[in-house]
Design a protein around this ligand. Structure first.
Ligand SMILES: [Zn+2]
Length: 257
């Protein structure tokens, strides 16, 4: 029976992935999320019919082109839909019907939206971070009780301040903008989600993943700046899917020493 649920969550992820992408792109372009209510082709603005709105399959059936103007559709659309489907399926597989599942689904959704906006426009929209923050704080109070929730809220504020100080230090050292405002606000979400010590590990992990990729770009003499936000969230999801908590992290440190 479990497999039925996993497939269900995969399909749910495909649909949500498609929806997140529309929301993400409209937000960064400064368009309304509510109007128009329908989806349209970004090239010819033709309203998309039901057969053009099926995640992944529409892209395959139309061979990656708009039905009307034959303009190429970005490969990002089916990729993000598949990624969201996989993340939702793995989330259910790992956590089942628990409050932890809700936490992971919120973080996976945030990751997908940040991936779309930060990679394409180097922006993490405040609307998204604020919505995710509110949902997460409420969920932590429900999951962990009053004091547990309060500790996570304090952890979020602490991480936000730490990241802000890191930005000031970075700006001094490199004489240019080192961290974006979006990354600083994103660390509030990370702090609320996990133990503060693990949240600091997330900064370290995110940097470790981002560094080799930045070096490749540097040696290719590419002018592109790499957004940091998605790497931080990859680090966070890595810890959460491996079910690393504060105690297992301490055990790991003892094992190393
Ligand atoms: Zn078109």
């Amino acid at each position: 029976m479990n497999i039925v649920y996993i497939i269900g969550f995969f399909i749910l992820g495909l649909v949500f992935g498609s929806f997140f992408q529309v929301v993400a792109l409209r937000l960064v372009k400064g368009e309304s999320i509510l109007r128009p209510k329908y989806s349209y082709c970004p090239s010819c603005h033709h309203r998309l019919g039901a057969s053009e709105l099926i995640p992944v399959f529409s892209y395959l059936f139309q061979k990656g082109r708009c039905k009307h103007c034959k303009q190429k559709i970005s490969l990002m659309y089916p990729f993000v839909e598949l990624l969201t489907g996989l993340l939702f399926a793995v989330s259910f597989y790992s956590f089942g019907f628990t409050l932890d599942l809700l936490l992971v689904l919120i973080l996976c959704s945030y990751f997908v939206i940040v991936l779309v906006t930060d990679l394409s426009y180097m922006i993490i929209p405040d609307e998204v971070t604020i919505t995710v923050s509110i949902l997460l704080v409420i969920l932590q109070f429900v999951r962990l009780g009053f004091w547990g929730g309060l500790i996570q809220l304090a952890s979020g504020i602490g991480l936000f301040i730490l990241m802000y100080l890191l930005m000031l230090l970075g700006n001094r050292l490199f004489h240019q903008e080192s961290l974006g405002g979006g990354d600083i606000k994103l660390m509030f979400v990370v702090g609320v989600a996990v133990h503060p010590v693990l949240a600091i590990c997330v900064i370290f992990l995110g940097s470790c993943i981002a560094l080799p990729i930045s070096l490749i770009f540097y040696f290719m003499k590419s002018e592109n700046v790499i957004p940091f936000g998605p790497f931080l969230l990859v680090g966070l999801l890595f810890l959460i899917f491996l079910k690393v908590d504060f105690n297992s992290f301490l055990d790991f440190l003892r094992y190393l020493s």
